[in-house]
Design a protein around this ligand. Structure first.
Ligand SMILES: [Zn+2]
Length: 475
C-alpha cells in the first residue's frame, strides 16, 4: 500500500508538518524564535534539512537550492521526499502535512511523487516479522499541489508501482499465462482492451522466435495485445510499445551461472512491466493518444526439447536466425513482436527490454541505453521527457558496420555478435525486424536494483513508465 494524498485547505493543525523552502522563503513564522535561529544556522551551514520535535509534534524544513537547473531541483525534491519519508516512517508517524513556501511551484508535485514512490512495499510473501509502513497519509496544502497535478501523479505513480510489483513477483506465481491474466485485470481496471494469443494462435502466426525460446519450457507462451484507443486521438496511426516478457531466464541450454546471475532473473519481464504500467496510466488519464502494447511472454528453460546452440530458427518475417547462444533469447521473442507491430503501420515503435549485460556494464543501474532509427525530433522529445522525470537514457551509436558482427555463415543472421558492443549488436539484430521508425531501450541496468536508491527503491523500479507517460502526454 502506498501513501494516500489528500488536498486540504488548512494544514496547520496536523501534528507533523513538512515545509518546502528555498532561500527566499519566510519560514520563521512557523517556528519558535530559537528554532528559527537554529534552522537558519543549519541552512547557512548548507544542511538540506532542519527538523524540530516538541511535545510529539515535528516540523521538518526542506531547503531546496533554487539556483540549480529546473530538472535538478525537481529531482532534489523527490530525493528529499525519500529522506523525509524514511525519517518520519521510522518514527512510526501515520500522517503528516505538506506545504511549499518555495517560489518554484513545481516542487510540491515532485516532492509528493517522491513520497508516494518511497512508500512502496512488496510484502505479499512475508508471514512473519511483517513491517508495513505506518506513514500512509499526506495532507497537501492546496497552494502546493493542484487537483489536476494530483490526479496525474496518482495515475503515474500507480503505473510505476504496478510495474514494480509485476517485476517483484517470482516465477512461482508469474508464469506467462499469469502475466496475461494480470494484463487482462489491469486493462479492465484502467480501460484498455486486451487480447491474449495462446500457443495455437502463436503457431498459426509462425512466431518462430517465441516458439523456439518456449521449447525448453513446460509452460505455454502467450502473446499479449494491449490497445488503448480513445474516441478522439491526436495521432493518425498508433504508437506501439513492445515489452520483453521473459518471465524467467535460466539462459536455456546456454545456462547462466548460478547464483550470481540467475537469482534475479524473474526481472527479465521488466520491459513488459514498463509497457503495462504505461498503458495503465495513459488509460486512467484518458490521454488522447492511440497506443498499442505488444508483449511476447515465456520462460526460457533448458528442458529436454529446448532449442540448442547451432539451431536455425525461422522467424515470423521469413528470415532465418542461427542461434549461437540460447541466453540471447530476448531478441528472439522481441523480433516476432516487432514483425507483428508492422500491421498497425505505426507512427513510431519503442521496445523496452532487459536485454544485455553489456548495457548495464556500460551505464550501470543509473541509465537505460537506447538506439534505433526514429528521427532526431522523436529522440529529442524523449530526451526531454527523460529529463523531466529524471529517468536517464543514453544513446549508443548505431553505425551500419556493427551489423557485420551478426552476419551468419549458415543463415541470414545469428543471435549473438561476439564479446564486443553487445548492447549495440542486440539492437542491430532487432533492426532487421523493425520496418518503421523505431527505438530500442535496453533497461537491463535500471530495471532492477540490488541496493536501494532513494525513491527508485530496491528490486523492481518500474523504470520507463514515467518517461513514456511524459512523452505520450506531450505528444
Ligand atoms: Zn537471456
Amino acid at each position: 500500500m502506498a501513501i494516500k494524498v489528500q488536498l486540504s485547505k488548512n494544514t496547520s493543525a496536523t501534528a507533523h508538518r513538512i515545509l518546502l523552502c528555498d532561500k527566499a522563503s519566510s519560514y520563521a513564522s512557523f517556528l519558535s524564535k530559537e528554532d528559527a535561529a537554529a534552522a537558519k544556522a543549519a541552512f547557512d551551514d548548507k544542511q538540506p534539512m532542519y527538523q524540530t520535535v516538541s511535545g510529539g509534534k515535528s516540523t521538518t524544513l526542506v531547503m531546496l537550492d533554487s539556483s540549480r537547473e529546473a530538472y535538478k531541483q525537481l529531482e532534489d525534491a523527490r530525493r528529499a521526499a525519500y529522506n523525509v519519508y524514511k525519517g518520519l516512517n521510522g518514527r512510526k508517524v501515520a500522517e503528516a502535512s505538506l506545504e511549499s513556501l518555495a517560489a518554484n511551484k513545481d516542487l510540491g508535485a515532485a516532492f509528493v511523487e517522491g513520497a508516494i514512490l518511497s512508500s512502496y512495499q512488496f510484502l505479499k510473501y512475508k508471514t512473519k516479522e511483517v513491517k508495513p509502513n505506518t506513514f500512509l497519509k499526506l495532507a497537501v496544502n492546496e497552494n502546493t499541489l493542484s487537483k489536476a497535478a494530483l490526479t496525474e501523479l496518482e495515475a503515474s505513480t500507480a503505473g510505476v508501482l504496478l510495474a514494480r510489483t509485476l517485476v517483484n513477483e517470482p516465477l512461482s506465481y508469474l508464469t506467462a499465462e499469469q502475466l496475461s491474466k494480470e494484463i487482462q485485470k489491469t486493462g479492465k481496471e484502467a480501460g484498455f482492451s486486451v487480447e491474449v494469443l495462446n500457443k495455437k494462435k502463436i503457431e498459426a502466426l509462425k512466431m518462430g522466435g517465441l516458439l523456439a525460446v518456449n521449447r525448453g519450457s513446460q509452460l505455454p507462451p502467450t502473446f499479449n495485445i494491449l490497445e488503448y484507443k480513445p474516441a478522439k486521438t491526436k495521432n493518425k496511426k498508433p504508437i506501439v510499445l513492445v515489452g520483453k516478457g521473459v518471465v524467467y531466464d535460466t539462459g536455456g541450454l546456454s545456462l547462466k551461472p548460478t547464483p550470481n546471475s540467475m537469482d534475479m532473473m524473474k526481472c527479465d519481464m521488466a520491459g513488459a512491466a514498463t509497457v503495462i504500467g504505461t498503458l495503465y496510466t495513459i488509460a486512467k488519464l484518458k490521454l488522447p493518444i492511440h497506443v498499442v502494447g505488444l508483449i511476447p511472454a515465456t520462460d526460457n528453460r533448458p528442458g529436454e526439447d529446448a532449442y540448442v546452440p547451432g539451431d536455425v530458427v525461422p522467424m515470423m518475417n521469413g528470415m532465418n536466425v542461427e542461434v549461437l547462444n540460447t541466453d540471447a533469447e530476448g531478441r528472439m521473442i522481441l523480433a516476432d513482436a516487432l514483425t507483428y507491430a508492422a500491421k498497425y503501420k505505426p507512427e513510431v515503435v519503442f521496445d523496452f527490454a532487459t536485454l544485455t549485460g553489456a548495457a548495464k556494464a556500460a551505464l550501470s543501474g543509473l541509465a537505460a541505453a537506447y538506439m534505433g532509427t526514429a528521427d532526431a525530433a522523436t529522440k529529442q522529445k524523449l530526451e526531454t521527457s527523460s529529463k523531466n522525470v529524471h529517468e536517464h537514457i543514453w544513446e549508443l551509436p548505431f553505425w551500419e558496420e556493427y551489423g557485420q558482427l551478426i552476419k551468419s555463415d549458415l543463415a541470414d543472421i545469428k543471435n549473438v555478435g561476439g564479446s564486443e558492443a553487445g548492447a549495440i549488436t542486440a539492437g542491430k539484430f532487432l533492426e532487421h525486424f523493425a520496418t518503421y521508425p523505431w527505438l530500442h531501450f535496453d533497461i537491463a541496468g535500471p530495471a532492477y536494483l540490488l541496493a536501494e536508491d532513494s525513491y527508485r527503491g530496491r528490486f523492481g523500479t518500474g523504470v520507463g513508465v514515467r518517461m513514456m507517460v511524459d512523452f505520450i502526454k506531450n505528444y
